[in-house]
Design a protein around this ligand. Structure first.
Ligand SMILES: Nc1ncnc2c1ncn2[C@@H]1O[C@H](COP(=O)(O)OP(=O)(O)O)[C@@H](O)[C@H]1O
Ligand SMILES: [Mg+2]
Length: 332
């Protein structure tokens, strides 16, 4: 139950602190007039007939608003901040123990490397599922040294983990703009139109080829849909943990994509084969035969090499653009 004072404070104050109350009422087709003195006063003035049309009693509306508010407030409670993610080892495909307890902190970028089929996506899935010994690897994941609350595991509004998956299959008959708007609205942001515009612009910067807001999502190329999901994740997702599965093959500007996704307060785990992305991480988990076999800290020497790798990459990118525009490569 929420703090009752919230219902009895001046309404303008309550709405400034909890703007999502508007969205909640909006979802029932109700709007608040600022003339009301408090939230309790507002609920008192609701016409019983209107509520009956909605199939609700005032009692039920109060109850669900109360539940909604306690959910939202619990999630923004600083006590719930993710301060660490711990991976407690399970076993590899041969049943050999991983013998490790790895603690990751916000601001860290961890790369997951290893051959195809070695178990990179499986490790990401263990984290997404907040595994508790209930997956084939028998790993356990702790948040802030504890088994996380079911609220964290199953909330859809504020997910603990945001995942950018390897395969993006759109089955919806929506335009890119409608799709992003739907996301923005479901995440209860206060300025959805502005966010939608930002996401479309960012996605176009990341994708090699431009697309229009009214392009159906089913007609986007692999790179364009990847770019759209990355921009969406970077701009809308409040999840403290971000998982990224192999963005390198998507034909997007992956350095820009990573810069966009890396935010101080997030823990980022990324499966990759790409040397540039791998060197941009703080640490690399080397996966072999389904288990975490080795942990490599990115060294100073490696970071120096990153610069020449980036030069090489830019050169290739320029050549790719020349091919795209019909140029020949007789001189490079
Ligand atoms: N420790 C493990 N024990 C049993 N099966 C595993 C283990 N690790 C991975 N697997 C399985 O091996 C297969 C390949 O793993 P996957 O994560 O898809 O590889 P990658 O993403 O590296 O190509 C999957 O079916 C996965 O569930
Ligand atoms: Mg994979």
């Amino acid at each position: 139950m929420t703090d009752r004072t919230l219902f009895h404070k001046p309404l303008s104050e309550t709405l400034a602190d909890h703007p999502y109350i508007n969205d909640f009422l909006d979802s029932f087709g109700l709007t608040i007039e600022l003339g009301e003195k408090t939230l309790a006063d507002y609920l008192d003035t609701l016409d019983p007939d209107t509520l009956e049309d909605l199939g609700l009693s005032e009692e039920q509306l109060r109850h669900s608003l109360d539940e909604f508010l306690s959910g939202m407030m619990a999630l923004s409670d600083p006590m719930e901040k993710v301060e660490s993610l711990t991976i407690i080892g399970g076993h590899n495909k041969s049943g050999e123990a991983e013998n490790l307890e790895l603690v990751l902190k916000p601001g860290e970028v961890i790369c997951i490397v290893g051959p195809t089929g070695s178990g990179k996506s499986r490790l990401l899935a263990d984290i997404e599922w907040v595994a508790q010994g209930d997956t084939p690897t028998k790993r356990k994941i702790l948040i802030n040294d504890q088994v996380p609350d079911s609220k964290w595991r199953f909330s859809t509004e504020y997910k603990l983990v945001a995942q950018l998956s390897q395969n993006m299959n759109f089955v919806m008959d929506l335009s890119a703009e409608e799709f992003i708007r739907m996301h923005a609205e479901s995440r209860l942001v206060t300025d959805p139109e502005e966010k939608v515009a930002q996401i479309l612009q960012q996605a176009n910067e990341l994708a090699g080829e431009q697309f229009e807001p009214d392009t159906p999502v089913t007609s986007l190329s692999g790179g364009q849909s990847r770019a759209l999901m990355i921009a969406d994740m970077a701009i809308l997702s409040k999840s403290p943990i971000a998982l990224i599965d192999e963005i390198e093959n998507a034909g997007i500007d992956r350095k820009k994509a990573l810069d966009l996704l890396v935010k101080e307060e997030k823990i980022i785990l990324m499966a990759t084969h790409d040397p540039i992305l791998a060197l941009m991480g703080d640490r690399r988990l080397v996966i072999k035969n389904g288990g975490i076999d080795k942990i490599i800290e990115s060294s100073e020497a490696e970071r120096k090499n990153l610069l020449s790798l980036e030069e090489l990459d830019n050169k290739l990118l320029a050549l790719r653009n020349r091919i795209r525009t019909g140029d020949t490569l007789e001189t490079i």
